[in-house]
Every structure is written in C-alpha cells, then in structure tokens.
Design a binder for this molecule. Structure first.
Ligand SMILES: NC(=O)C1=CN([C@@H]2O[C@H](COP(=O)(O)OP(=O)(O)OC[C@H]3O[C@@H](n4cnc5c(N)ncnc54)[C@H](OP(=O)(O)O)[C@@H]3O)[C@@H](O)[C@H]2O)C=CC1
Ligand SMILES: CC(C)(CO)C(=O)C(=O)O
Length: 311
C-alpha cells in the first residue's frame, strides 16, 4: 500500500514511524525543522514500549512528489485539518481513503469540505506522545491504540485491508461496532478535563481534589451528554460515570494535550471541544452555561495565540 502520513508530530510520528518499519511505501509530510531533521537522519521514536529508528520512503513538504495514496492518515491538529484536506484533495485517486485521528467529533465533516464522503473514514487514537526535538518523537504513556471504522460502521473489505496493515506494523487497532459512540466517549472525557485544566492551570490531581471544580467538571460532562442526545448519538449517563472513574484513576500529574497547549499559550483545540458544544447547543436550543463559560473565558487567549502563530 502507498500510505501518506500528513503531519509528523506526536501521533503522526508514532503511528507513521511504526508503519515505516513495514514493507509498505510510506510518505511523511512534514515541515520546518521537523522536515529537515527527518530528511537528514530519519525519525527516532522514543517509546516506553521500546525505542526505534525509521526512514520512510519519502519525506517532503511538496505534495507534487507524492504518489497517489491508498491511505492518508491525518496527524495534524484538528484546527489544521481543513487546510490539510484542501492540500491533499488533488493527489487523491478514486480509491484513496483518508483517516483522521484527531480528538473531536467533527473531523470527518471537516474533511468532507474538500474530499468525497465515500473516501472519508472515522477514527481516533489513545497514547501520549509529543515532539521532543526535531526528528525525535517521544511516546511516554498509555499502550497506543488506534480505533477506526467506516462512517456507516460496515466492516468493509477496505477496512479489513487497512486493519491487516496495522497488524503488520504491530499497531493495536480496534474496529468498534459504533464508531460514533466511541468517538463521543473519548470526546466526553477530553472535553470534560481539557478547558477546565487550561483555565485552572494545574494537573488533574489538584482539579479533582476541589469539590467545586469536580462539580464544574460534572456539569461540563452532563451538558455534553445533552448535546449528544439532541444529535441522537448513543452516549449514556453511565459513560459519564466511566469518565469520572478514569479521572480518579489518572496519575495526579496528568494533563491533557489541549490543556498543555492552552497553558503554553499555543493555538489549542478549544474550538473543537467546548466551542463545538456551545455551537451545537445553540443549534439545538439547549443551554450549556458551563461549557459557554469555559469557552468564552479561554477565547481571548486563544485568539491571541492564533494571531501570533499566523505571523
Ligand atoms: N499527542 C498526543 O498524545 C495525542 C494527540 N491526539 C490528537 O491528535 C491530534 C494531533 O496531535 P499531536 O500529534 O499532539 O499534534 P502535533 O502538533 O504534535 O503534530 C502535528 C504536526 O503536524 C504538522 N503540520 C501541521 N500542518 C502541516 C502542514 N501543512 N504540512 C506539514 N506539517 C504540518 C505540525 O507542524 P507545525 O508544528 O509546524 O504546525 C506538527 O508537526 C490532535 O487532534 C490531538 O488532540 C490524540 C491522542 C493523543
Ligand atoms: C487524554 C489523551 C492523552 C488520550 O489519548 C489525549 O487524547 C490527549 O491528551 O489529547
């Protein structure tokens, strides 16, 4: 298979790196210092499961050099996805498939602005990884898993073929019965902790010690559930209990990636998380005061980091 990994950061670097160890033809789209370092020395992945070094078949920022891909894995942030979709659309063939792995529930919709719905899959991943330095990606927590499916959940031949490739690359993959439910379960977790963590600027241990903050997190989660219900997504009250069990089991020093971006003054996924809930709630005539408060309080800082990023 010709596989293109678009964006070689925390997740693109880990999963792209594993794929580059197989016999499949692997292309990395990277830019800046990351591109230069990988072109010169390959990619090093430091992982709690064992470090490895890989050299993809092609590393470039020029899509004109890239062979028509059978599969594109999107490794950019959710707010970079629409522009990435526009870039790759011209090189896709009729049978090319595009798999987004971003957190959030509207990533396939963003892709469909430029890519035919029939070519878009849905997915997400679990691991904690980041760019340690140019050419070096560090996976430091969770056993990496990649959950993916067709948008209509059929276990198609093309899904099975991709799954076989993931197995060859020693990537633990899951094809769920209902991808939308699984995506929303992760979204419920990440959206419940990220903005509140970014606003309070302390790790989960200190957030969960405060009964006031705990109850704010509970309200955030219940509002997300009400939006999911209005959208007829199968998210349940018991999923909230599981989220709070996970929160209480987390290492006290844990922070989510969006919280870390907010705290570092970098552009974050605020818009994809609480921003999405606020907008969907408005469309469905639902009140989400806690999500609205988190979103509006963090928005000025988000706008500032965006304007600095685009300079
Ligand atoms: N990291 C993690 O542990 C996890 C992340 N996720 C989700 O995965 C998604 C990606 O996160 P993460 O891997 O941390 O993000 P990173 O910022 O580490 O990686 C994204 C990479 O894509 C690059 N990129 C963006 N646009 C382009 C472009 N046009 N051309 C070439 N390269 C480009 C970025 O470069 P540049 O820096 O120059 O913009 C960056 O290197 C997010 O939705 C996140 O929520 C989910 C689970 C875990
Ligand atoms: C919570 C976690 C680490 C799970 O993969 C994640 O998705 C993130 O920090 O963005």
């Amino acid at each position: 298979m010709n596989i293109l990994i678009y964006g070689i950061g925390g997740i693109g670097g880990y999963f792209g790196g594993k794929l580059a160890l197989t016999d499949h033809h692997i292309t990395f789209i990277a830019r800046g210092k990351q591109l230069k370092a990988i072109q010169e020395n390959g990619l090093k992945v430091k992982s709690i499961l064992g470090d490895f070094q890989c050299t993809p078949d092609l590393v470039t920022d020029d899509l004109k050099q890239v062979p028509c891909p059978d599969l594109v894995i999107m490794g950019v942030k959710s707010w970079q996805l629409t522009s990435a979709a526009k870039q790759i659309a011209p090189i896709l063939g009729e049978n090319s498939l595009v798999l987004p792995l971003q957190n959030g529930v509207d990533n396939p919709t963003k892709l469909m602005e430029y890519i035919d719905q029939k070519q878009v899959l849905s997915g997400f991943c679990n691991l904690i990884s980041y760019i340690e330095s140019p050419g070096v990606v560090c996976h430091f927590a969770f056993k990496p898993t990649l959950t993916f499916a067709e948008l209509d959940n059929t276990n198609s031949t093309r899904i099975q073929k991709i799954d076989a490739v993931f197995h060859q690359a020693d990537i633990k993959s899951i094809i769920p019965k209902d991808i939308h439910r699984e995506l929303w379960k992760k979204f419920l977790f990440i959206t419940t902790i990220s903005a509140i963590g970014g606003l309070c600027r302390v790790p989960i241990g200190e957030l969960r010690e405060s009964s006031y903050i705990n109850s704010l997190m509970r309200s955030t989660a219940h509002e997300i559930l009400s939006v999911a219900k209005a959208k007829q997504v199968d998210l349940r009250a018991e999923d909230i209990e599981k989220v709070f069990q996970t929160i209480s089991d987390l290492d006290p020093m844990s922070t989510a990636s969006t919280q870390r971006d907010l705290m570092a003054g970098k552009p974050s996924e605020l818009e994809t998380f609480n921003g999405y809930i606020v907008k969907q709630a408005k469309m469905h005539g639902i009140c989400v005061p806690v999500n609205e408060m988190l979103y509006q309080c963090l928005l000025p800082m988000e706008k500032k980091s965006r304007s600095e990023y685009s300079k």
